[in-house]
Design a binder for this molecule. Structure first.
Ligand code: TYM
Length: 332
């Protein structure tokens, strides 16, 4: 089976609806046809300040959310990035073939470093995409299912793979991003022209996978819409309603058109109530399962360790080849 790779940062207590819809739903589907590797990228998370005890907890919680959402650790390799040392090692090698300007053009770095300020933004934040390239390339991955915001990072990964192959001989599979057109970008409920994000300034527009269902319902009822009053998809002129329609369709497995028909001639209140029900029905069971999994952290850690051992094997083979290709003397 062809390889597939993706990951998420353990940067909050809960994933948000954008992570779930833009990434996890695809992962769950694709794990059946691919040899899939899914990591919790804790080394990426520490590119901005994290509390150590909280980071450990968030890492377990993120893994639990993968499993609760349907990623099966017996089918897919689900592991913690820092458990596999090859990631940091390959990132170093790749950083030596990455241009300074090239890394500086990454829009996510520009956004984040602007937020933290030039001196508080770490060098790790700058080289973040190089570590991401290492994640993907270690496993000879063909496909990388992500949301729209990671597209540029996957492009860089392709460039680095091609550059390395050209300079040192065929070593890496050149991967492709898989971006689901309709759900590539889920927007903030209060600010439907910016993407929903774990690090949003205000919590009011973020739907958390692990939130109390009553709280999620309330957020949906308060979501920004418009004054037209008709449930109709129009991204340009009706960003709020269109975003709610996207979420509704993705979580119910229905077409946007059929939802528009159902709510034709009815107000936004009804539509939002319907959506709240869909969200609660989908997220509720995931939340319960996460709480069960977190009740037995030792078992969770055992699953992660077994999966990391599997990842190690594949990653070590690639890393050894890379070390040989660039001319590092083998320790005998
Ligand atoms: P992260 O943790 O920011 O996001 C995880 C995944 O969720 C997607 N996503 C969204 N999709 C739609 N709408 C949104 N509002 C939304 N917000 C987030 C992201 O596109 C992503 O797919 N750099 C990556 C993690 C990573 C990675 C990798 C991914 C590290 N190594 C290797 C793929 C392959 C990130 O920060 O994801």
């Amino acid at each position: 089976k062809p390889r597939l790779y993706s990951g998420m940062q353990p940067s909050a207590d809960s994933l948000q609806a954008g992570n779930y819809i833009g990434a996890l739903l695809q992962w769950r589907e694709m794990q059946n046809s691919y040899d899939a590797f899914f990591s919790v990228v804790d080394l990426h998370a520490i590119t901005v300040p994290q509390d150590p005890a909280e980071l450990r907890e968030k890492t377990r919680r993120t893994a639990a959310q993968y499993i609760a959402a349907g990623i099966e650790p017996s089918k897919s390799t689900l592991y913690v990035q820092s458990h596999v040392r090859a990631h940091a090692e390959l990132a170093w090698i790749l950083s030596t073939i990455t241009g300074f300007g090239e890394a500086g053009r990454m829009t996510q770095f520009k956004d984040k470093s602007a937020r933290y300020g030039a001196d508080s933004a770490s060098v790790g934040l700058f080289t973040y995409p190089v570590l991401m390239a290492a994640d993907i390339l270690l496993y000879q991955s063909e496909l990388v299912p992500v949301g729209d915001d990671q597209k540029q990072h996957v492009e860089l990964t392709r460039d680095l793979a091609e550059r390395f192959n050209k300079r040192f001989g065929k070593t890496f599979t050149v991967p492709k991003a898989v971006i689901q057109k309709d759900t590539a970008r889920i927007y903030d409920l209060q600010n439907p022209t910016s993407k929903m994000s774990k690090s949003a300034e205000s919590d009011a527009g973020v739907l958390w996978l692990l939130d109390d269902p009553a709280k999620s319902a309330k957020k949906i009822m308060r979501a920004v819409t418009d004054t037209e009053g008709s449930v109709r998809y129009d991204r340009e002129n009706k960003p709020g309603v269109s975003n709610l329609l996207t979420i509704y369709a993705a979580l119910s497995g229905r077409q946007v058109g059929s939802i528009e028909d159902e709510y034709a001639g009815r107000g936004y209140g009804d539509f939002k109530k319907g959506l709240a029900e869909v969200v609660v029905n989908e997220f509720g069971p995931v939340r319960e399962r996460v709480l069960e999994l977190l009740d037995d952290p030792a078992e969770l850690d055992r699953i992660l360790a077994a999966n990391a051992a599997r990842a190690d094997e594949v990653a070590d083979a690639t890393l050894r080849d890379v070390y040989d290709k660039v001319g590092l003397l083998r320790r005998v």
